[in-house]
Design a protein around this ligand. Structure first.
Ligand code: MRU
Length: 352
């Protein structure tokens, strides 16, 4: 079984190694981000994508951003100001996945909290890199825990449908929505997976289908507009998706099309699960109406590769995410436990 690692630190090159996800599935090419601008660009153009992977990339990105601090070694205050400026810039890379802000804020707070003890700028930089390594390592553990918990919910549901890519390529290693499938594989339980292609950037077809098929898991790609017909056949026993940001009441932002899928699942009495680590919750936001939704460029919708598919005079609307109201979500699987309605109370109870 081959598992692709989308993000990691290269000790020999002293920079971050990423799989360029824009080239999948045709080519697995590694790119090396050795400065903040390279990492900003990689996040913006989706060379690295998926909420947890974006968080890890941001943590390393902020370290890369301060590595070039040119000021006085002993001037910790100037260094902290520089780090804050770099953090503010990196925060504008993408708006919806809260993991970006979660990771930046964690590194920022860590840097401020450790500034006095570190004594000099170089020591503080090294501590920041260690903290980024910890974020990656914790993500690995969180995804495995999600996989174990999710497997218990899904083990009697041998055929599932997923949207976008919330697998290993969207995280440190194991994925969120796909983690129960990988845990099942380790335990000798094979799931059959339907993967929505996920217009317009085809993360389901290009990325989910790639990682599952490479791992030897049966996967069937369908166009987004086929999921109702497939669910009507009765084959699909559960839907499971990832999340980019979960509000305090459980409303969940995820890749555009997730909301429609949740409505279709409800119409067919198919349970609809969200799998996400605690770093994807934003309890400062009361409900989904307040989640910022990224709008991306016209060209993603108006072209099929090189071919123009929309006339120039027609408008294009391209929101990259939608919000699934929590009433359509059967349960949210986190590393700390499975959260069931009523979400407002139970999210706080389980996440602590
Ligand atoms: O635009 P993308 O590809 O970054 O969107 C990714 C998703 O919507 C994923 O489902 C989500 O981030 C969860 S990844 C574990």
């Amino acid at each position: 079984m081959k598992r692709l690692k989308t993000i990691g630190w290269s000790d020999s090159k002293e920079c971050v190694r990423l799989i360029d996800q824009t080239l999948l599935p045709e080519e697995i090419r590694y790119i090396y981000a050795d400065n903040l601008d390279a990492m900003y660009h990689a996040i913006k153009v989706l060379q690295v994508r998926g909420a947890p992977a974006i968080g890890i990339a941001a943590a390393y990105g902020l370290y890369l951003g301060v590595r070039d601090f040119g000021g006085d070694e002993g001037d910790i205050t100037a260094f902290l100001n520089y780090a804050d400026e770099r953090a503010a810039y990196l925060s504008t890379a993408r708006p919806t996945a809260v993991n970006l802000f979660w990771a930046i804020n964690r590194i920022k707070k860590f840097t401020h909290d450790n500034s006095a003890g570190a004594g000099d700028v170089n020591t503080l930089k090294k501590l920041m890199l260690d903290e980024a390594h910890r974020i990656l390592d914790e993500d690995r553990k969180m995804c495995r825990a999600i996989g174990e918990r999710g497997f218990e919910l899904l083990k009697d549901k041998p055929c599932i449908l997923t949207h976008c890519n919330a697998g290993g390529l969207a995280t440190s290693e194991f994925g969120t929505a796909l983690a129960p499938i990988y845990v099942g594989q380790e335990k000798g339980v094979t799931f059959k997976v339907f993967a929505d292609e996920t217009r317009p950037l085809l993360q389901g077809a290009r990325i989910t289908a790639l990682e599952l098929s490479e791992a030897g898991i049966p996967v069937t790609v369908i166009c987004d507009n086929m999921s109702a017909a497939v669910m009507a056949t009765g084959q699909v026993k559960a839907c499971i998706v990832g999340a980019d940001r979960i509000a305090a009441n459980g409303d969940t932002a995820n890749k555009i099309g997730t909301y429609g899928l949740a409505l279709i699942a409800a119409a067919h009495n198919v349970p609809f699960y969200v799998a996400a680590p605690s770093s994807t919750f934003d309890l400062s936001i009361p409900d989904g109406t307040k989640i910022p939704i990224e709008e991306r460029g016209r060209e993603e919708v108006a072209f099929w590769g090189e071919k123009k598919t929309v006339p120039d005079k027609a408008e294009v609307f391209n929101p990259s995410f939608d919000v699934t109201p929590s009433k359509l979500i059967t349960a949210i699987i986190t590393e700390k436990g499975v959260i069931k309605p009523p979400y407002t109370e139970n999210i706080v109870k389980i996440l602590g």
